[in-house]
Design a protein around this ligand. Structure first.
Ligand code: COA
Length: 431
């Protein structure tokens, strides 16, 4: 078989690919920076010809009209594993609904119970053996590609060629479209004074030789800058970030002490700037694996001294962690927070850290609250919480009674709110 001939035979235009979509069908589309901008951008053009088309995806970072234009209602509907700003707007419009799910299950459970008709992904150009690399994301992509009736890949030469379980052969693909689009870049934000204090506390908890996971959000990203003095860290994460590149280039991340995939940085998707994407390109030290592997607590636990670092929006005095909602507002998703927190604690010498600012809304409200507000969704169960860090210190909650949790959490709350928290704790008979 000549793979180049097969490629040419399968090459169609974006409009031709989108023309295959029919009423009532479902499309699984790759997520975040690996979402296919050409295909998803053209989908809305079919509005007047189709109804009830469902798209499954997560963290779509561009403004796609198929779910952000109110006139698309009834024609297209987005089911999302993880909300960003776009999905939050779509939710308000009634064109998006969350799929509550742990990161480890996104692909395998959809494949098992609701397999898609189409898989739309992105890949870098085919190599001479006929292989594509799915590049920036394999969280759920390969699991859904395997069960979809029709697989379409959007080929973009700007995408880095990544290694691990990212390879797809031309024989597994029904159609290819070509689109040389700029990659989505998420610029890191300069850490605030509070985030710097949190970073220093978290760094104290991470011993040399640990394997780390850094979650999504400003705080985990800021923490990377405080790890520059560590030795021989390893990475087993969900998301690759710019901060990890700095640590690898500074010789801090070596993977030398890793007990699983020694020497390799393991993750399932990447989101950052060109610096990160260039670092990932043809880098044999990078091992992409699907979410069902990277996020399986039993796999995570095979790393010794595994430390997970995630952030949250709120925590109550009993230790219930809310990371995905603000009251009734669905803000993001569960992602890998529970997977990574539980897996890290199962690892010999492991720790799980929830790092959050003590206040929100310019210091007007405490993120440590006596009880959760109406509509709050618990992301990390209080039985699974371990360390909590704010800019005021570290509270180790594991094995503590609620009475003791109350004391430790109030000690790291913002001083302006400590008295009120104490009063409420007394009223609620928590202490
Ligand atoms: N009440 C009301 N609003 C709050 C709040 C609270 N308790 N806590 C934070 N907010 C507001 C902030 O002020 C901010 O609003 P603004 O943008 O208008 O200033 C907004 O909520 C988000 O906070 P921010 O700190 O900017 O979010 P982030 O980008 O750092 O992400 C999470 C933080 C928690 C949303 C994110 O980490 C997440 O979704 N986690 C769950 C999944 C996860 O951890 N996965 C880990 C593996 S990748």
């Amino acid at each position: 078989m000549n793979v180049y001939e097969e490629y040419r035979r399968k090459l169609i235009s974006i409009d031709e690919a989108v023309a295959m979509v029919s009423s009532g069908c479902s499309i699984a589309a790759a997520m975040a920076a690996s979402a296919p901008p050409g295909l998803l951008g053209a989908l809305g053009k079919r509005r007047d010809e189709v109804e009830n088309v469902r798209v499954f995806s997560a963290l779509l970072l561009r403004d796609y009209d198929f779910f952000l234009d109110p006139s698309m209602k009834g024609h297209f509907f987005l089911e999302s594993w993880f909300y960003g700003a776009g999905e939050r707007r779509g939710h308000e419009l009634g064109t998006v609904s969350l799929i509550p799910s742990h990161g480890r299950e996104w692909g395998i459970r959809k494949a098992q119970f609701d397999p898609p008709d189409f898989f739309w992904g992105t890949a870098c150009p085919m190599d001479r053996h006929g292989y594509f690399s799915l590049s920036l994301g394999v969280g759920y992509e390969k699991d859904l590609l395997a069960v979809a009736k029709t697989v379409v890949l959007e080929i973009n030469p700007n995408l880095p060629r990544t290694y691990g379980d990212t390879q797809v052969h031309i024989s597994q693909v029904d159609y290819v479209v070509e689109n040389e689009a700029p990659l989505f870049e998420l610029q890191p934000i300069e850490p605030s004074a509070e985030e710097k204090a949190i970073g220093a506390f978290v760094a104290d908890l991470i011993e040399d030789g640990s394997t780390i996971q850094l979650g999504i959000g400003g705080i985990p990203n800021a923490i990377a800058t405080f790890l520059m003095n560590k030795k021989d860290l390893g990475v087993h994460t969900e998301m690759f970030t710019d901060g990890m590149v700095d640590l690898a280039e500074a010789g801090v991340i070596t993977g030398r002490c890793k007990t699983l995939w020694p020497g390799k940085m393991v993750g399932n998707f990447a989101l950052g700037t060109k610096k990160l994407y260039n670092f990932l390109h043809e880098n044999l030290a990078i091992e992409f694996q699907p979410g069902r592997v990277t996020n399986d607590p039993c796999v995570i636990a095979k790393n010794y001294k595994m430390v997970s670092v995630n952030t949250a929006l709120q925590i109550d005095l009993t230790g219930q962690v809310v990371s995905e909602s603000i009251g009734h507002l669905q803000y993001s998703g569960t992602g890998g927070q529970t997977d990574t927190a539980v897996g890290a604690q199962m690892s010999p010498g492991g720790k799980s850290i929830i790092a959050l600012r003590s206040t929100a809304k310019k210091g007007t409200i405490s993120t440590i609250v006596p009880f959760l507000p109406e509509g709050a969704k618990v992301t990390l169960h209080r039985a699974d919480v371990d360390y909590v860090v704010t800019e005021y210190g570290v509270a180790h909650l594991k094995a503590c009674s609620i009475k003791e949790r109350v004391n430790r959490l109030i000690a790291i709350a913002h001083p302006d709110f400590r008295e009120e928290l104490r009063r409420e704790a007394r009223r609620l008979k928590l202490e």
